[in-house]
Write a protein that binds this ligand. Structure first.
Ligand SMILES: *[C@@H]1O[C@H](CO)[C@@H](O)[C@H](O)[C@H]1NC(C)=O
Ligand SMILES: *[C@@H]1O[C@H](CO)[C@@H](O)[C@H](O)[C@H]1NC(C)=O
Ligand SMILES: *[C@@H]1O[C@H](CO)[C@@H](O)[C@H](O)[C@H]1NC(C)=O
Ligand SMILES: *[C@@H]1O[C@H](CO)[C@@H](O)[C@H](O)[C@H]1NC(C)=O
Ligand SMILES: *[C@@H]1O[C@H](CO)[C@@H](O)[C@H](O)[C@H]1NC(C)=O
Ligand SMILES: *[C@@H]1O[C@H](CO)[C@@H](O)[C@H](O)[C@H]1NC(C)=O
Length: 432
C-alpha cells in the first residue's frame, strides 16, 4: 500500500509537466528580506504593488492582508528547514524564524480590536505557523484562541450579534443563518457571506484542536454546509456574495462584488438576446480558488468526503474553464475584448496550492490535481515572474471594479512560495 501510494505521488515527475525553476530562485529570499528591511515603523504591511515598477504599497495592521507577509517569513523558515541555508539558494541571508516572529508582533493588538470581520482567520496565520514550531508559545496560543473566539473576552456580547469592533470569528456566527458573517452592513439584518470566508474556517479548526471546544468545530461545519447549499451553482461555479436575512435565515440575493457581472435580468441586456436566455452571472476566479481550497481544507480536518466532492466540483469548474493559454483570468466569464481581460496571478497560486492539498488527500485523483497545480504554476511563472519588481509576481488583479489590477499581490506571492514548499514536501520537486 505504501509503495503504490508513493507511485501515485511520484508519477507526475515523469509526466510532461516540469516544476518551474523560479519557484526556488534565490531572488525569493532576496526580495522578501528587502521587503522586511523596508517595513515602516510603526509597522505597516505590504499588500499590493504599483503597476509600473512593482513597488509595494504599505497598509496599517488593521487590514485584512496583514498576516500574509509575516507568514511569508515563516514559509522561508520552512524552506530553510527543507533545503538547508546556502548562499546558492539564498536562504542563508537571514534568520527567517526570528524575522517572522518579529514581524508578527504588529498583529497582536488586533486580537482585542480590529475591523476585519471574518478575515481574522487570515490575520492568525503567522501564529498558527508559530505553533507548528513551538506549540507552547503563549503569545501564539493566546492569539489563535482570541481570533477564533474560544475565550470569553467580551462578557455581555451574544453570539450572532454583530460586533464590528470585536475580533473573534465565533462571535460572528448566527445559528439562524448557519454561517459566520463576513462583512458588517448598515442594516444588521442584511447578513453578508462571501465565498472567501471558507478559508477563515481554518482558525476554528486550529483553536478546536487546542481547546477541544466543540462549538468551534460545529461552527466551521455549519458554515461549510450552508455555503455548500447556497454559494455553489449546479455547474460547480460559485457566487461571490450571498446575502441572508438574519431574522428569517432566507437568502435575499446572490451577487458578485469583485467579479464581472451579477445576476442581471434580460431588461439590462438590450441587444444581447442569446445571452439573456441564461442568467448572466459570472465567476470571480479568486473566489473560486478560495472555495476549492477551503472545501479541501474542510475535508482535511473533518474527513467527511462530502467536502472533498465539493472541492472537486469547484476545482473541475476552475480547470475546465481556463482559456487555452492556461492563464487564470480575473473572472472566468469576463469578455476577452473589449474590455481587456487581465489575469489574476493570485487566483492561480491560491488554486495551485489548494490543488496540491487535494493531491495529498484524494489518492484516486492525486495525479490529476498535481499536474493541474504544476501547470498553473508554470503558466503563471511564464507570464508574471518579474525579477525587477519588489513582488515575485505581477499580473495580479486586486479588485477589477475598483480599477486595481496589473499589480503584485502579497498573498499571491505567499501561495507561490507555499506551493514551492509543498512540492518539495510531497517529493515532487528537489531543492536546487
Ligand atoms: C512567540 O510567538 C510570538 C509571535 O508569534 C513571537 O513574537 C515570540 O518571539 C515567540 N516567543 C518565543 C519565546 O519564541
Ligand atoms: C467554546 O466556544 C464558544 C464560542 O466562542 C464559547 O461561547 C464557549 O464559551 C466556549 N466554551 C468553553 C467551555 O470555553
Ligand atoms: C429581514 O426580515 C425582517 C422581517 O421580515 C424585515 O423586517 C427586514 O427588513 C428584513 N431585512 C432585509 C435586509 O431584507
Ligand atoms: C437571477 O435573476 C432572475 C431574474 O431576475 C431570477 O428569477 C433568479 O431567481 C435570480 N437568481 C438568483 C440566484 O438570484
Ligand atoms: C458529511 O457532511 C454532510 C453534509 O454536511 C452531512 O450530511 C453528513 O451527515 C456528514 N457525514 C458524516 C459521516 O458526518
Ligand atoms: C501581464 O502584465 C503585463 C504588464 O505587467 C501586461 O502588459 C499584460 O497585458 C498582462 N497580461 C495579462 C494576461 O494580464
Amino acid at each position: 500500500m505504501f509503495a503504490s501510494h508513493l507511485l501515485v505521488l511520484l508519477a507526475p515527475l515523469v509526466a510532461s509537466q516540469t516544476v518551474p525553476a523560479q519557484l526556488y530562485s534565490n531572488l525569493i529570499p532576496q526580495k522578501v528580506l528587502a521587503t522586511n528591511k523596508a517595513l515602516p515603523v510603526p509597522v505597516e504591511y505590504p499588500q499590493y504593488t504599483d503597476t509600473q515598477v512593482g513597488k509595494w504599497l504599505y497598509f496599517i495592521p488593521d487590514t485584512w492582508t496583514s498576516g500574509f507577509f509575516p507568514t511569508t517569513l515563516y514559509a522561508l523558515n520552512t524552506r530553510k528547514n527543507l533545503c538547508g541555508a546556502t548562499s546558492a539558494n539564498g536562504l542563508n541571508a537571514a534568520d527567517w524564524l526570528t524575522l517572522g516572529r518579529s514581524a508578527s508582533n504588529g498583529l497582536i493588538p488586533l486580537e482585542l480590536h480590529n475591523t476585519q470581520g471574518h478575515d481574522v482567520g487570515f490575520l492568525s496565520f503567522p501564529f498558527v505557523e508559530e505553533l507548528t514550531i513551538n506549540p507552547t508559545n503563549k503569545t501564539a496560543l493566546t492569539a489563535v484562541k482570541q481570533f477564533a473566539g474560544c475565550v470569553q473576552n467580551f462578557p455581555g456580547l451574544e453570539v450572532g450579534i454583530i460586533h464590528s469592533a470585536v475580533a473573534d470569528l465565533a462571535a460572528r456566527f448566527d445559528p439562524i443563518v448557519g454561517c459566520t458573517r463576513s462583512w458588517d452592513t448598515a442594516d444588521p439584518t442584511d447578513f453578508t457571506v462571501i465565498i472567501d470566508n471558507m478559508m477563515n474556517l481554518e482558525i476554528l479548526w486550529v483553536a478546536y484542536g487546542l481547546t477541544g471546544n466543540n462549538t468551534l468545530r460545529d461552527i466551521a461545519l455549519a458554515h461549510a454546509d450552508t455555503t455548500m447549499k447556497n454559494h455553489i451553482r449546479p455547474d460547480g461555479s460559485t457566487w461571490h456574495v450571498v446575502e441572508y436575512n438574519s431574522t428569517t435565515g432566507v437568502v435575499i440575493r446572490k451577487r458578485t462584488q469583485q467579479g464581472f457581472s451579477d445576476n442581471r435580468s434580460i431588461s439590462h441586456l438590450t441587444g444581447l438576446i442569446f445571452i439573456a436566455l441564461h442568467e448572466l452571472y459570472s465567476t470571480w476566479s479568486r473566489g473560486q480558488a478560495w472555495g476549492l481550497y477551503g472545501f479541501a481544507n474542510m475535508y482535511k480536518h473533518s474527513k467527511n468526503v462530502t467536502y472533498l466532492q465539493t472541492a472537486t466540483r469547484l476545482a473541475d469548474y476552475f480547470l475546465d474553464n481556463l482559456p487555452s493559454d492556461g492563464i487564470v483570468p480575473w473572472d472566468f466569464n469576463a469578455p476577452l475584448t473589449p474590455p481587456p481581460r487581465p489575469a489574476d496571478s493570485s487566483a492561480a497560486t491560491i488554486a495551485a496550492t489548494g490543488l496540491l492539498l487535494m493531491g495529498t488527500l484524494d489518492k484516486t485523483n492525486s495525479q490529476k490535481w498535481i499536474n493541474a497545480a504544476i501547470n498553473l504554476l508554470s503558466k503563471i511563472t511564464n507570464l508574471a515572474w518579474r525579477p525587477s519588481w519588489q513582488s515575485l509576481l505581477s499580473n495580479g488583479t486586486v479588485n477589477w471594479p475598483a480599477n486595481n489590477f496589473l499589480t503584485g499581490i502579497v498573498y499571491g506571492d505567499y501561495y507561490y512560495i507555499k506551493a514551492g514548499n509543498d512540492l518539495i514536501t510531497m517529493g515532487l520537486a528537489k531543492c536546487p
